[in-house]
Design a protein around this ligand. Structure first.
Ligand code: FAD
Ligand code: MLT
Ligand code: ZN
Length: 467
């Protein structure tokens, strides 16, 4: 009997879509966290929507399952095969197709890399206001499928808020195209929202229309040092009052900065001494000295309050990038340092000081783990990382996972938080979904899956166990 590969190749013809060299396939079967690894008979790399539809139809005909993949930077194990599925890479759909200046919208292929979109729009005096550390690899389709957040959610929202139109290939190969550019279009159910955050289990996103924005005239960036985490709620209230046009508010704690320095010894740290927490603030202002002076004055007010005790203010773009390097560097350092149990959660701001302390206690009690905390402070989104200490075997590290997750997510639920602020559920969190979603909600989600993908072809097992 012919192999999966032979049958797929026969269906798809010799159009250069199928990649099957083991060395090449390997790049698509392990994820960024190094915790999720699988095997795939091959990778499909269509060039356009029609070829995506062909791939889906051929897979359905042959009874094959598909894992859609963009930049493979997802953090919950949903972008790589688990049970021998075929990987469907959207990377070749990488055209920025049209910028419409009048509506400030941009139509893109799903495979456009975020950084390429940023660069393209910058040349047109515009920005795409979602930004995150994976910008050099993550793709628009993957970001929509995960409803990615990042460092500007505070002002502009997640991907969901930027998507005006979508083109999606459904599980039967039909193309559902709604490349809407209109701001107002109340014509029944807004179906695009079904696919935003659906993690590849309801359809394959092939194109999108996104809302761009005029570039801000100026950005004011500063790093503030806090000598306690206990007054974070008061600090937030003060910042909201003093910096009314904040576009980013990010927190990095002492231990995560220390790890960054350990992993990148040549890195220069902004303050002479370590502080319990450092906070990056970025405000969008008008151009000119007056605006700059006003920012500095308001920053002085924050320091006078005693809620922040030191500050470094960026003089120009290069210094601002230096400050941002610290934030991105922490994420990268954690990944380079080894395995980590990652918990991407939201808690109400008032609960934050207690929550941070509890996370450190949970990590300590689990033993041989180093707890690092950072995240999107302005959104109440904390990235809790409990890292493998040297000497702890991989096996022993993994064994701690389920009890730890139950404990962390149970506590998050008690605080009325969310077990996934921005990374999604994927494989990593599906056993804990009930902490954030009711049985009725999960049943409706299952119903949507059944309706749109009755044979369970698309990303099986993601968000909940396959039906
Ligand atoms: P992939 O990882 O390839 O896929 C992610 C999911 O989307 C999978 O379920 C996949 O099946 C599905 N998918 C991919 N493409 C499609 C498509 N075209 N149609 C249907 N389904 C598809 N996330 C945040 O929200 N905020 C952050 O600040 C943030 N920072 C990060 C920093 C780093 C260094 C890294 C590595 C990751 C970060 N992430 C962050 C994780 C984030 O989810 C991803 O970076 C991004 O959204 C995923 O895009 P991707 O193209 O890599 O998707
Ligand atoms: C980040 O904000 O840096 C991320 O979402 C990535 C992570 O949590 O590791
Ligand atoms: Zn994040």
């Amino acid at each position: 009997m012919a192999s999966v590969l032979e049958r797929l190749t026969a269906e798809l013809g010799r159009s250069g879509i199928v990649l099957s060299e083991p060395g090449e396939v390997a790049a698509y079967t392990s994820d960024w966290t190094k915790k999720f690894n699988g095997e795939a008979p091959c990778v499909l790399r269509p060039h356009d929507t029609e070829e995506v539809a062909m791939c889906v139809r051929a897979s359905a005909k042959l009874g094959l399952k598909l894992v859609p993949q963009g930049g493979n930077t997802g953090l919950v194990g949903a972008s790589v095969p688990r049970g021998g599925e075929v990987v469907l890479s959207l990377s070749r759909l990488n055209k920025i197709e049209e910028f419409d200046a009048a509506s400030a919208t941009v139509q893109v292929g799903a495979g456009v890399v975020l950084e390429a979109l940023h660069e393209d729009l910058a040349a047109r005096g515009h920005v795409f206001p979602v930004d995150l550390g994976a910008r050099g690899s993550c793709q628009i389709g993957g970001m929509i499928a995960t409803n990615a957040g990042g460092i500007k959610v505070l002002r502009y929202g997640h991907m969901r808020e930027q998507v005006l139109g979508l083109e999606v290939v459904l599980a039967d190969g039909a193309v559902m195209s709604s490349l809407n550019k209109l701001k107002k279009n109340n014509t029944g159910l807004d179906l695009k929202h079904l696919f935003v955050g659906s993690e590849g289990m309801l359809g394959i996103i092939t194109r999108a229309v996104l809302q761009a924005r005029p570039a801000p005239q100026a950005l004011q960036t500063a790093l503030l040092a806090l000598d306690t985490r206990d007054r974070l709620p008061d600090f937030l209230i003060l910042l909201r009052d003093k910096l009314r046009d904040l576009s980013s508010l990010e927190m990095i704690t002492r231990d995560s900065i220390a790890l960054y320095k350990e992993v990148e010894p040549e890195a220069r740290l902004p303050f002479d001494r370590p502080y319990p927490a450092c906070v990056i603030v970025e405000e969008e202002t008008g151009a000119g000295e007056h605006e700059r002076d006003s920012f500095l004055e308001r920053l002085s007010g924050i320091l006078e309050s005693g809620l922040a005790v030191d500050a470094v203010v960026a003089e120009g773009e290069a210094q601002a990038q230096g400050i941002w390097r610290l934030r991105d560097g922490v994420t990268e350092a954690i990944s380079r340092a080894g395995l980590t149990h990652k918990f991407d959660v939201t808690v109400p701001p008032a609960a934050m000081p207690g929550f941070l302390a509890e996370m450190e206690r949970f990590g300590e009690e689990a033993g041989e783990l180093c707890t690092l905390l950072f995240g999107h402070l302005g959104d109440g989104n904390i990235h809790v990382n409990m890292m493998q200490k040297p000497g702890l075997s991989d096996e022993a590290f993994y064994a701690k996972g389920p009890a730890l997750a139950e404990r962390v997510y149970g506590h998050v639920a008690e605080l009325n938080g969310s077990i996934s602020a921005e990374h999604g559920i994927g494989i990593a969190k599906r056993a804990y979904l009930h902490h954030s979603r009711s049985a009725e909600e999960i049943e409706v989600m299952r119903g949507m899956k059944q309706l749109l993908d009755p044979d369970g072809i698309l990303n099986p097992g993601v968000i909940f166990e396959s039906n």
